[in-house]
Ligand binder design. Structure first.
Ligand code: GDP
Ligand code: ZN
Length: 357
């Protein structure tokens, strides 16, 4: 039987539990989600679970629990009955998909992921700008990024590529691997400490499935398939979406996480809540923080409260986001004015999650 800390329970969640002291709440983690039903893991056992009606009605969109979420149960889970999810713990990190700033439409892809491996292949997939955009996306979630440069077997100058990526983001670990030759996998595996939850993102074909299979394959086979409730009390077979590794640590693997998009309708905004906070003070609502009078962002830079690179980086990513949107034929008329409104919504949402409300 796993302890709660094996499953990723830490001080951030313990503090919340203590606020409910006396209510006899059992913490459990959502290991799989299937057609409105859940499978939960706890330190007393595993089993199917469903959301209490009162939570279902209160929580729209982003509030609904996702794989990786910590929830509170009144009764221990077990394979033979469906327990009721009575509480939701605030998230430490979150990945969402959907319309930014429109809470009801945003959908949580994964919760409480601690480390995200950005997988980039050392063939024509290799692209520093894409890695940078993924980094922004991961930072925005609250998780820590690491970069995997896969298909090292196809690349004659792996060391140069590693140094290029290291130059892009000091302090972010960069791991060259070959899933094909099983090279470098032990280092990746060893970087997922007990109690830590890891996920993999990157373009299609970069080698995420191969890497995940190599790392979790045995564990997944050992645990086999699991039963989950489909919400109507029926039990169906589903694949584990959260996998406990034999040496400790967890891998969260859902299609939504593997296919995480960069710079569609969300992402870079959250990284720049320091800019968003100031931008609301700018004299002009549509201030570009360029030459406009009364610009609070420029004022913060001039008084050394905000490093100038923050604004440069933001503007660069914003230009890329706009180029991305044009390529994807998003309606151009929505573009002006939207970025800032979105930024404020996202910043507010980020503070809400971070503050554990
Ligand atoms: P995903 O779309 O990111 O999940 O990528 P896959 O894991 O499905 O891999 C895409 C293709 O790349 C498959 O044909 C793999 O066999 C191949 N592949 C994965 N890892 C490596 C590697 O390290 N070296 C080489 N040469 N090919 C690899
Ligand atoms: Zn301004």
């Amino acid at each position: 039987m796993s302890t709660l800390s094996d499953l990723g329970f830490g001080p951030f969640f313990e503090e919340q539990r203590q606020r409910w002291d006396g209510e006899n709440i059992l913490p459990a983690r959502i290991a799989a989600e299937h057609r409105g039903g859940y499978e939960v893991w706890s330190n007393t056992g595993d089993g199917p679970a469903r959301l209490a009606g009162r939570i279902r009605h209160r929580q729209g969109g982003e509030g609904a629990p996702a794989v990786g979420d910590w929830v509170g149960l009144r009764h221990p889970p077990g394979p033979e009955r469906t327990t009721v999810i009575d509480r939701l713990f605030a998230r430490q990190t979150v990945f969402t998909r959907g319309a930014a700033g429109r809470e009801a439409l945003a959908q949580v892809v994964a919760a409480n992921v601690d480390v995200v491996f950005i997988v980039c292949a050392l063939d024509e997939d290799f692209n520093l700008h894409r890695i940078e955009r993924y980094l922004a996306r991961v930072w925005a979630s609250g998780a820590a990024p690491a970069v995997i440069l896969n298909k090292a077997d196809l690349c004659p100058d792996v060391g140069d590529r590693v140094r290029e990526v290291e130059g892009l983001c000091a302090g972010v670990p960069v791991h060259p691997t070959s899933a094909l030759c099983a090279d470098g996998l032990a280092v990746v595996q060893a970087s997922i400490n007990p109690g830590m939850t890891a996920a993999f993102v990157g373009s299609s074909g970069a080698g995420k499935s191969s890497l995940i299979n190599a790392i979790v394959g045995e564990a997944r086979m050992a645990t086999g398939e699991t039963r989950a409730s489909d919400g109507r009390g029926c039990h169906i077979t589903t694949h584990r979406q959260l996998v406990l590794l034999p040496a400790g640590g967890l891998v969260l693997d859902t299609p939504g996480m593997r296919e995480l998009q960069i710079l569609d309708d969300e992402g870079l905004d959250r990284v720049f809540d320091d800019i968003a906070e100031r931008a609301v003070q700018c004299h002009f609502k549509d201030c570009r923080h360029d030459q406009e009078p009364g610009c609070a962002v420029k004022a913060a830079i001039n008084s050394a409260q905000l490093p100038p690179e923050r604004l440069e980086h933001f503007q660069k990513l914003e230009r890329e986001a706009q180029a991305f949107e044009r390529r994807h034929d998003k309606r151009l008329q929505r573009q002006s004015g939207r970025a800032w409104g979105q930024l404020h919504d996202e910043a507010a949402r980020l503070r809400k999650w971070k503050g554990g409300e």
